[in-house]
Design a protein. Structure first.
Length: 663
């Protein structure tokens, strides 16, 4: 964790500074030194934040009296001036340090030094000067001299350290109720958690880290939606999982057709055994049949006639859902009940939650809930499904959301992608907003996917999986499902939100192998697990996007390279002495950390050619020498020379080159 600060005072005194930091569970402050960088006119320090949870840090600075004295003393010596008085000044400083030294050897050394510097008869001036300038004396003074003007920054800062899957994970969304085989007679059976668990090896085999389930709770009967969002449901219609609650329970119950809580626990264990986390949808809304409606009608919006208001987004009406009134008179009990839902599922092994429409609930509520949950369970991850205005999305991240959906879903041109991803990784946004690049969702079938055919799905998969360490797809993506309910709509025909949707996963034209390849790349190459190492490169054809992951780059977000390297050397040296490996390098998850160059077409319909500009300096390549590139997609090798090199992509055959370099 790098900390920078502007520190100055009047006059010519030398300053010193340190970072104070406190890890989760610590009772007191620890510290790390800060160094001044002349060119930047700024101080920098770093500490290793190696524990999940909330860390507090601050900056202290003071006048370094001994270094100030030493600087003036050296200049007078060089000018041939008398320094007798200056040596007496040093003796006073050294005696003050001796009084603060608790270790007997250090105290004795400082006391002896003071006597040497004060001696007017038996000690030569040369010996005094030598002792005054000894490096070991400077080290003792730095440790034991207590300055009288220590100043601390007014506000303590807090950072949240998350577990690895908060920053790097591939998500797969599936509806448990659809996980049966398609029926030849048209009769579709409602699947169970056991059926869904049987699908998990296929998901894990494609390389996913998180399996995300839409709401698994009992579904309301009143105003239940029918197939394709029709207002009248047939007797066999299963309804929308987001219409939560009926006589079987609410947000802490499971739909009996899926099984029992014990069956859900078995599902979580099966996912864990395969190395995957289970994420649950956290949707704070209720069907008219939810127990809360009967037990706490004051928790909802009550009309003057006594009826409860259903959800609306005119002209859309959601008669099967009641929104919650978070500012009701009984809001303390309501907020506690909402928090207890999360804690309930944490008790059943769920540590990741995809939060439905958080921007429609009070921001102060989320700050309170996330803070409370993560104080007890710092491993819990919250993904914000907030497709709203940028400032709202960013504010939710500042309040504590671990991840957020992004506008990437609609960014299809190379210009749009470059502009948006640069905002995510090369602006102050990167300090608090962690984007998850979902390629599609049950609500979003973009025009690009609807009209681009199989190549469009392969293109969006490659971009989502390799631009950032977090991405996701909704099941059916690997089958290239692309039929909207009507032309121009982003809703799928026969949407799984309203009906069972069993699939044939081996259907012709599926891109499951592409998915597995993309996730394998992410697992094998450490550069794809970092968030801030994306750099776009020039392409002379705007239909082709070129970007580098990894490679040499300046210091960490404004930290001068020389400062960063000096601190890294210190940390590694200290850790080496302890027989461990440490540092501030981004990832220690293993794998090849060599940079990769991606060349991806954004045109799913036509062959595209271009000259790409290889960033030779960032790759450590000689501009005058030949070098070999290997395409990890096909295994082909090419000999290139210089910056400009030719590429061709036919989306019907290959949508991307993934290039590694032989230096």
């Amino acid at each position: 964790m790098w900390v920078g600060a502007d520190i100055f005072k009047e006059g010519h005194d030398q300053l010193a500074a340190r970072v104070l930091y406190m890890a989760p569970g610590d009772a007191g402050w620890r510290s790390a030194p800060m160094r001044y960088d002349y060119d930047a006119d700024r101080w920098f320090g770093a500490f290793v934040a190696d524990r999940v949870g909330r860390w507090t840090f601050n900056v202290e600075a003071w006048t370094d009296a001994f270094v100030t004295w030493r600087s003036e003393f050296t200049r007078k010596l060089e000018a041939g001036q008398d320094v007798a008085s200056e040596l007496l000044e040093a003796a006073q400083l050294v005696r003050a340090a001796a009084r603060s030294a608790k270790a007997a050897p250090a105290r004795a050394s400082l006391q002896l030094t003071a006597r040497v510097l004060e001696d007017r008869r038996d000690v030569s001036i040369e010996r005094k000067v030598q002792r005054a300038l000894d490096e070991d004396l400077q080290a003792l003074m730095a440790e034991y001299y207590k300055p009288g003007d220590v100043s601390r920054s007014r506000a303590e800062r807090v950072i949240t350290v998350d577990r690895e899957r908060a920053a790097c994970a591939a998500w797969y969304e599936l509806f448990p109720r659809s996980q049966t085989e398609p029926s030849l007679d048209g009769q579709v059976r409602h699947a169970t958690f056991a059926d869904a668990a049987a699908r998990l090896p296929r998901v894990a085999g494609m390389g996913f880290d998180v399996v995300y389930l839409p709401p698994i709770h009992p579904i309301g009967h009143t105003h239940r939606k029918g197939k394709n969002n029709s207002l009248v449901a047939e007797p066999d219609d299963v309804g929308s999982p987001w219409a939560i609650g009926n006589e079987d329970g609410g947000h802490t119950a499971v739909d009996p057709r899926l099984g029992t809580l014990e069956d859900f626990d078995d599902f979580v264990r099966a996912a864990t055994d395969l190395g995957m986390d289970v994420a649950l949808d956290f949707a704070l809304q209720c069907s008219p049949d939810h127990p809360w409606v009967r037990e706490h009608p004051e928790w909802f919006f009550v009309r003057p006639d006594g009826s409860i208001k259903y959800a609306e987004n005119p002209p859309k009406k959601y008669q099967d859902i009641y929104p919650i009134n978070f500012w009701c008179t009984d809001r303390e009990a309501l907020w506690n009940a909402c928090r207890d839902i999360v804690l309930f599922w944490v008790g059943h092994g769920v540590t990741t939650f995809r939060v439905d429409n958080p921007h429609t609930k009070p921001f102060s509520f989320w700050e309170w809930l996330i803070g409370h949950v993560q104080r007890e369970h710092p491993e819990v991850i919250f993904l914000a499904e907030a497709f709203t205005r940028p400032k709202r999305m960013k504010h939710l991240a500042k309040l504590g959301f671990t991840q957020s959906y992004t506008y990437f879903t609609w960014k299809n041109s190379s210009w749009d992608i470059r502009e948006y991803l640069n905002e995510l990784v090369h602006s102050p946004t990167v300090e608090y907003f962690r984007g998850n690049l979902f390629a599609n969702t049950p609500d979003i079938l973009t025009e690009y996917l609807a009209t681009g055919g199989r190549p469009a799905f392969r293109i969006r998969l490659m971009l989502a999986a390799t631009l950032l360490p977090l991405y996701g797809i909704y099941s059916g993506f690997e089958l290239c499902e692309h039929e909207p309910v009507r032309a121009g709509s982003e809703e799928y025909v026969d949407s799984e939100k309203y009906q069972l949707r069993p699939r044939r996963w081996d259907a012709p034209g599926n891109i499951a192998d592409d998915v597995a390849f993309a996730n394998q790349l992410r697992a094998q190459h450490a550069v794809l697990r970092e968030y801030g190492n994306l750099a776009f490169c020039a392409s002379e054809n705007p239909a082709i996007l070129c970007y580098l992951r990894g490679g040499d780059r300046p210091g960490e977000r404004g930290v001068p390279v020389r400062v960063a390297q000096a601190r890294l050397d210190e940390l590694n040296a200290a850790a080496g002495a302890a027989g461990e490996e440490a540092g501030v390098a981004p990832s220690d998850a293993g794998g090849d950390d060599e940079p990769l160059l991606f060349v991806v077409t954004t045109d799913p319909h036509h062959v595209q050619e271009t000259m790409v500009h290889v960033p030779l300096a960032a790759l450590g390549l000689d501009s005058q020498a030949d070098y070999t590139v290997r395409d990890l997609v096909t295994g082909a090798r090419y000999t290139w020379r210089g910056e400009r090199n030719y590429v061709r992509l036919d989306p019907a055959v290959q949508v991307a080159h993934v290039l590694s370099f032989a230096r």
